[in-house]
Design a protein around this ligand. Structure first.
Ligand SMILES: *[C@@H]1O[C@H](CO)[C@@H](O)[C@H](O)[C@H]1NC(C)=O
Ligand SMILES: *[C@@H]1O[C@H](CO)[C@@H](O)[C@H](O)[C@H]1NC(C)=O
Length: 335
């Protein structure tokens, strides 16, 4: 009798373990990670344009801006004469983009259906004009159509600390300094209520939040909401986006992963490993905004590391996350 019950228990326990195992395998299996473009040197700033169903991204040191059409897998690019940190469509203007290039904010005119190595550009504004050791890095558009972008200290590929700033540029085209100094201005996004701004200065290894005034665009009351040190995560937080549920998705540079974080309590919800260590940024895209596009870099990898991660520098897509993103916005210009 005793042995019989014990046997039954054993059997049930085994079945339970098998179920857990299969469920785990199943949920892991549902994630499909593909390479959609590259590898390039340092891809960054993925932007899904839902009005055209195109994915944009930059290759910073190669001074290129790419457009990828998932429908026909066509890739086109345009190029600049300085490192390009960010490029985003301008609202209500055909073939027009706001671009952070070197320390200039440009208006680019480019018909993305063909490559153009000598596009028309116009300087809208210049930042960090008192120094020559910074360049514009990541940027994004807020709910009112303002362009937020930051700079980082960099000379001859060496990072220089505390030389950068975060700027906000409204429709008047005049940048205003919002946070200074910063080291490497990176990920930025806002919550759905439009009252909180999330921001990453990579070397701090932290994600911070600010109260955000939707009408004025002002920010204040900084709080640390996530610290890599408290979770034993290697590397640096880089690009960032937010999902429909209000959770943050953060690319971990030199950490080979993307993490999902609940900003309300700082809980680490999910970790997705990728076949490259230098993960630079993330954006939701696809017709249903349920594909996570992930950019990466191969710069500064040793030959041995490059052999281990031949896909480094690619743009990846992750499908099967069961999570949706929200609309990525375009820059609103006065004319
Ligand atoms: C345009 O550039 C892409 C890379 O962005 C390249 O694959 C393609 O061959 C180029 N097309 C032409 C016509 O040169
Ligand atoms: C926040 O701004 C976005 C973009 O303008 C808008 O679609 C959304 O409705 C706003 N959210 C709230 C809660 O007002």
């Amino acid at each position: 009798m005793y042995t019989n019950t014990f046997f039954k228990f054993q059997l049930l326990w085994t079945l339970f373990l098998i179920t857990i195992h299969l469920t785990y395998q199943q949920s892991e299996k549902q994630l499909i990670i593909k390479t959609v473009a590259g590898p390039f040197t340092l891809t960054e700033g993925p932007h899904w344009d839902e009005s055209t169903n195109l994915l944009y991204f930059v290759d910073i040191p190669e001074q290129k801006f790419y457009c990828w059409n998932p429908k026909n897998n066509k890739l086109t690019h345009t190029s600049f004469n300085s490192p390009v940190g960010v490029a985003i469509p301008i609202a209500n203007k055909k073939n027009a983009f706001v671009v952070g290039c070197g320390t200039n904010v440009l208006e680019l005119t480019w018909d993305t259906s063909a490559n153009n190595t000598n596009p028309i550009t116009k300087v809208i504004a210049s930042v960090d004009t008192d120094r020559d050791d910074t360049r514009i890095n990541d940027g994004k558009i807020d709910a009112k159509g303002r362009f937020w972008f930051g700079t980082m200290g960099e000379k001859k590929e060496e990072i220089i600390y505390k030389r950068g700033s975060l700027y906000r540029m409204g429709s008047d085209g005049i940048p205003k300094k919002m946070v200074s100094p910063v080291c490497i201005s990176n990920g930025l996004t806002w919550n759905h209520k439009n009252d909180t701004f999330y921001y990453i200065d990579s070397p701090t290894r932290q994600v911070v939040s600010y109260d955000y005034d939707y009408n004025t665009g002002d920010i204040n009351n900084k709080h640390v909401i996530f610290d890599l040190n408290n979770h034993n995560i290697p590397g640096f937080p880089d690009g960032m986006t937010i999902d429909e549920g209000g959770n943050l998705w953060i690319a971990i540079y030199d950490g080979g992963r993307v993490i999902q974080v609940d900003p309300s309590n700082g809980n680490l919800l999910k970790t997705i490993n990728l076949p490259a260590t230098k993960i630079t940024s993330v954006a939701f895209g696809g017709q249903n905004k349920d594909i996570l596009y992930v950019t990466s870099a191969k710069q500064k990898l040793t030959n041995a590391e490059l052999q281990e991660q031949p896909l480094a520098g690619s743009v990846f897509s992750i499908e099967g996350l069961d999570v949706k993103g929200t609309s990525m916005l375009a820059y609103k210009m006065t004319n």
